[in-house]
Write a protein that binds this ligand. Sequence first.
Ligand code: AMP
Length: 114
Amino acid sequence: MSTIFSKIIAREVPANIVYQDDRVTAFHDINPAAPVHILIVPNKEIPTMNDATPEDEGVLGHMLLVAAQIAREHNIAESGYRLIINTNADGGQEVFHLHLHLLGGRPLGPMVQR
Ligand code: AMP
């Protein structure tokens, strides 16, 4: 099942895209939770982390390296940032196209609510 993210990747729906190559697309989150909140998304439709296969190892690694590069470009590499992949209900996943959240630009507090 395609989501809005496939339409953003195909540029059929507008988004503030900061990076795109043949494997991933990165764009600003529409409802930012931090001064920098960018989503790094595989162009391939992988619904959740549970659906990733060994074939996806390359793109998953690429997502991390692209996130680190975007963090440098947004001047949050040294101050710090958080990378999150939410999965299914308990993880709080809302869009079922795998994505990596890049969050930074302020102290982000505890990793999870206790
Ligand atoms: P998650 O809860 O991990 O599935 O996160 C989904 C994220 O996608 C949320 O932070 C939303 O604000 C964001 N989002 C949903 N629709 C859009 C959109 N059209 N453009 C950019 N970000 C979006």
